[in-house]
Ligand binder design. Sequence first.
Ligand code: ADP
Ligand code: MG
Length: 600
Amino acid sequence: MTTETIETIEDFETFADLGLSENILKALTEMGFTKPSPIQAQGIPAVMQGSDVIGQAQTGTGKTAAFGIPVLERIDTSSNAVQALILCPTRELAVQVSEELGRLAKFQRGIRIEAIYGGDSIDRQIRSLKRGVHIVVGTPGRVMDHMQRRTLKFDEVRMMVLDEADEMLDMGFREDIESILADMPEDRQTILFSATMSKPIMSITKRFLNDPVLIKVVRNELTNVNIEQVCFEVKPQAKVEVMTRLIDMYHLKSLLVFCNTKRKVDEIVEDLQLRGYASEGIHGDLRQQQRSNVMSKFKAGVTTILVATDVAARGIDVSGLDGVINYDIPLDEEYYVHRIGRTGRAGMSGKAFSLVARDEKFRLKSIESYTKVKIEKGVIPSYEDIVGVRKARFVESISAAIQEGDIDLYEDVLEMLRHSGYSTEQIVAALAKQIMGVQKNEYSDGNLAWEERRGGERREGGNDRFERRSSGGSRFERGGRDGGRDGDRRGGSDRFASRERSGESRAPRERDGESKRTAAPEAGMTRLFLSLGRKDHIMPRDIVGAIAGEANIPGKTIGAIDIYDKFTFVDVPERDARTVLRAMDGNTIKGKAVQIDIAK
Ligand code: ADP
Ligand code: MG
C-alpha cells in the first residue's frame, strides 16, 4: 500500500474512477484512503460486476475494502434480511472487518452490520439478529451454530465472502465452510480472498465458485518499498541482546517479533521480560480469551512488543507498527513477505530488521532472489550508541517534566542528598544511570556478530557448554541484582545490558550493593555457597559455564552471582539445587577445586 505500488496501476488512479457512490467516497476521504491499493483497484470493479472473484494478495494490502465496498454498495436497506455473509477465521478479524465496514458505511443510512463469533453471548447475538441485520461478519463455527438454531436465515443472501480463506482452512474450518456454502442460495455471488492459493482452496473454488475471475497482485508488487529492510549478522545466542539494542536505538514502540517455533516465542518473551521490555507472545496454543487479552494490551500500548509465529500472526489484526523483527529467518520466502508487510502500511514507513545467524544466511539469499530486493546489511549499535540515545531521551524527559511543573514537593531532595556529601554532578549521574537503565553485561560489542571470528573462537551453534565458557554467551546478572559484581566493576568496559527500562514493566528494584548481598534469594531460588572467589580470578561467566555444563541446566535459569574475595554466592532454581550440588561438589572451576554447599 505504498504510493509506489499504487502508481503501477494506471487504470484507476482514484476511488472516484471506480464509480463508487458519493457516500462511500465521503467515508473513504474521512478514513484517509486517498488511492485504491492494487487489489482494490482490480477487485472492486470485478466484484461490482457481479462475477465470482478469487483475490490473492498479501496481508495488509487492503483486501477488506476490496470486498467491503462492493458489498456495501449492493445492500438494499428497504429489506430487513441478511444480504451478505462474510466469513473470517478469528473473532479478532471478524470484529476488525465489521468495524472497517462500519467506517465505510458511515454515510449510508440504515445499514446494519453484525459481528458473530464464538465466545460472545449467543443470546445477545440472537436478539440483535432478530432486530434485522443486513451484513453478517462471522466465524464459521458460530455461524453454523446459528444456522442450526435457525436464528440466521440465508434465503436472501446475495453475496458471500470468504475472507482469509487459507487461514480458515488452516484452522480446521473446512467442513463448516462447506456446509455453510452448500446452504446458500444458488444464485448468490461468491468472493474468496486469500493470501496464498493452496490445493484445498482451489478445490473449494472449483466446487463452489462459478466461473470466477482471478485477481492476483503480482509478485514484485508484494514487497512494500516503504519498508526499510536491513539484516544483521548475529550469533544465535546474542540475538536478544542485538534485538534490544535495535529497539532502543530506533525507539521502536510497537513491534512485532517473528520466530519459527512456539517454543522460541515463549523463550524470547521471557528473555525480553527479564530485560524489562513489555512483551508478550502469541501462538496457536493460547486460548481465545488469552489471545484477546494479549491483543488488547498490545493495542492499548501496555505491551510494546508482540512475539509471534507466522501462523498465529496471520489470525490477528495489527497495523501501524513501527517495525518488524525477524528473530529468525523464515523457512518460506512468502512468509518473509507476509511478515514485513505488517509494518509500513498505508503510506507510513516501517522498519524490517532480520537477525541472521551464519547458518541462516542462505535462506536470506533465497528471500532476496524471490523478492528481487537486496536486503542491506546493518551495523549493530554499539554500547556507546545505546547510552547516547538513552541520554538524549533522558534529557528530553527531564525537560518535559520540569515544564509540566508540579515538582515543588520534590525540590528538597537535592538538598537531602547534598547533606549526605554528594556533589550535584554525582547525584544527577546516579539518577540518570538509574532511570536510563543501561546496565553492563557480558555482551561486549565485539561478541555479537558472527562475522568477527577471532583466534580461539569456535563456530557458534556448536557445543553449548564450550560456547558459554569461551564467549560468555549466557546471562549471569538477573533481575537487576548486579550491584557488586566483578563484571560491573571495571569502568570503561563495554559490557552492558539494556535490561531494565525505567518504569516500563517492572517496579524499581533495590540497587544498592550492600543491601542486596544480605537480601534473601528470590522465591523459588536456592542460594549456594562456593569456596572460590575473586582471589581465584573467577568471573561470573566461569561459574555459569561450569554449573550449566556440569549440572546440565540452562545457563539462563541461574540467578544472582555475588563474588567475594574468598567465596561466592550463586542462586540456582530450587528444583536444580540438588543436581548442582551433586555435579559440582569436589569438581573444578577454571582448574581450581571447589567446595559447594547450600548457603547458611
Ligand atoms: P488485508 O485484509 O489485505 O490484510 P486490510 O484490509 O486489513 O488488509 O487493510 C490493512 C490496513 O490498510 C487497514 O488499516 C486499512 O484501513 C488500511 N487501508 C486499506 N486500504 C487502504 C487505502 N486504499 N489507503 C490507505 N489505507 C488503506
Ligand atoms: Mg484481511
